[in-house]
Design a protein around this ligand. Sequence first.
Ligand SMILES: [Zn+2]
Ligand SMILES: [Zn+2]
Length: 241
Amino acid sequence: MLKRLLAKASPLLGSHGDWQGSCLLCHQPCDNEPLLCSWCRQALHQSQPRCRLCAALQPEEILTEVVCGRCQRRPPPWERLQVIGDYQPPYPALIPRLKYSGQILLAPLLARLLADHLDCDDRPEAIIPVPLHWWRQWRRGFNQAEEIAQALGEFTGIPCDNSLLQRIKTTPQQTTLSAGQRRRNLHGAFRIRSHQYRHVALLDDVVTTGATASQLTRLLHESGVTKVEVWAICRTLRHSK
Ligand SMILES: [Zn+2]
Ligand SMILES: [Zn+2]
């Protein structure tokens, strides 16, 4: 399955297909699927307990699922946030390669890692990627969240719905804005079509302040969804203020 997706993406990798048999991160020989050597896979595997709501790392001695103090005081609107890890190496190298250098083959790799990591005993009815405005998507050529969601859908068997949400406002790049500015910036930025879902997983590549995920969770709730989970490759350490 991954090989098929990678084969689809192989034109992006040059005519020599030099991805074959070498780790996508450190380029050491490797035959694992996904193409990630055992050393890198180990480096990516963060198994410490995390807060159920914001995925902040919790002390090792906590074994049961917890909600951190911050989330107890001010819970985010979603039911649960699941990520593979924090935004630390190698993600700062991987995610921009996917987003800005068009290395679309990284999407199935990241989706495979996420699929291995997710606890989805209570399966959502659909995976909903965070939409990009059509203009930005056209310029970039793809939406990275959609690419990850699509591959994740194939790995988990949960259908991916790309058309439920639409971004109707172009918003400045969020990276330079404060949490408050992000919230104002996102006001009226999305539209939702009518649907029958009750439980969905919203998928983004990185959750930073959570402003986008919060906005979309509220929109999903207003439209009748009772349970919204947020799935992302990783989270940054910044908290929403
Ligand atoms: Zn490696
Ligand atoms: Zn928390």
